[in-house]
Design a protein around this ligand. Structure first.
Ligand code: NAD
Length: 313
């Protein structure tokens, strides 16, 4: 097993600790919060550091996963890549696309793996959807409608709902259509004032031909909704990302295939470990992270100007 260190063990990083520990790949972790260090050292019996430099100097690591707030990803990933470590960065790769481009270049120079935590690609319902679309039983997908809604938990402060939340669906739309969008039109707004950026957004992404993705994201709905409807020429597929239920409606009736629930993070981190061992290309490349951030940047310009923005990715 490769030796992996987790950087940032807050709300989400603690799940990386648990899963990597289960997989036998957890070597150490670091966080600036001493209470968390004490708690997780006891729970996992590995050393916790209060700064990244000490962790890198003291441990013999193969890789890290970075689970710190989004605005810190660039500085931390730059350091771990320069150190020659395979690096998994939680989404979004970076706050600014230019920083992501620098990381992609650096990872290439240092010959290390750089991947991004767009976890929905590892959601069993999305894996099944991709297989179904490849079989062409329902014809081409034309329209995607995503809903990712939740009340604001008060934790994310450094970015808004597009950069924090809609990025999942921007990436999934690119993954389903297997191409980059050509145009974005966004309307966003803010009624809460405790964080950077908007807290509700609708984004329309235009792909080649008539293919369109409509993304609704907000931190206002008092109920957790994570849904996708895929309208194909010969039927509709509906997905609940939380229950992982997939429902197919067509002329032949309704089918709900039975499947066991699996933790997407476990599948995702197993895949990262496989790439480290086999030196293979990750499913999600650094460039995916850069392009998603570029789409977010263009969507914000669209909101500010009230105009659609053409993309050339
Ligand atoms: N893939 C997913 O589904 C998913 C879900 C939630 C969060 N995330 C991502 O995970 C990241 C963290 O989110 P969160 O909700 O856990 O945030 P959080 O604020 O709960 O945790 C962040 C942790 O990082 C620590 N930290 C901050 N700066 C640090 C530094 N320089 N060095 C070491 N530790 C540092 C903080 O003390 C905190 O414990 C974000 O990028 C977020 O977008 C991904």
């Amino acid at each position: 097993m490769p030796s992996i260190g987790v950087v940032g063990v807050g709300g989400w990083g603690k799940n990386h600790l648990r899963v990597l520990d289960d997989l036998g790949a957890l070597s150490c972790f670091c966080d600036i919060d001493e209470t968390k260090i004490k708690m997780f050292e006891e729970r996992y019996q590995v050393k916790g550091y209060n700064n990244l430099d000490d962790m890198l100097k003291s441990e013999k690591l193969d890789a890290v996963t970075i689970c710190t707030p989004s605005s810190t990803h660039y500085e931390i990933a730059e350091k771990t890549i320069k150190f020659g470590l395979d690096t998994f960065v939680e989404k979004p790769l970076t706050y600014k696309s230019i920083e992501g481009e620098k990381l992609v270049k650096l990872a290439k120079e240092k010959n290390v793996i750089l991947t991004v935590g767009f976890i929905e690609r590892f959601n069993p319902a999305i894996i099944e959807l991709k297989n179904l679309l490849r079989s062409k039983k329902l014809g081409e997908p034309l329209l995607l409608e995503f809903h990712r809604e939740n009340v604001w938990t008060g934790k994310v402060k450094d970015v808004g709902v597009i950069m924090d939340t809609a990025v999942h669906d921007i990436d999934t739309a690119r993954w389903i259509f297997e191409e980059e969008p050509k145009i974005t039109y966004a309307r966003t707004g803010k009624v809460l004032n405790e964080h950077e950026g908007p807290d509700f957004a609708t984004i329309t992404l235009g792909f080649s031909g008539q293919k369109t993705a409509f993304i609704v994201a907000n931190w206002l709905t008092p109920k957790k909704i994570r849904e996708l409807e895929v309208v194909c020429i010969k039927g509709i597929i509906t997905i609940d990302f939380i229950t992982q239920e997939l429902r197919i409606d067509s002329d032949e009736g309704t089918i709900i295939p039975r499947r066991k629930w699996e933790e997407p993070l476990l599948i995702e981190l197993k895949d990262f470990i496989k790439c480290i061992k086999e030196r293979s290309e990750p499913l999600i490349k650094g460039l995916d992270g850069v392009n998603v951030t570029k789409i977010v940047e263009a969507s914000m310009i669209s909101h500010e100007t009230g105009s659609p923005i053409y993309l050339s990715l």
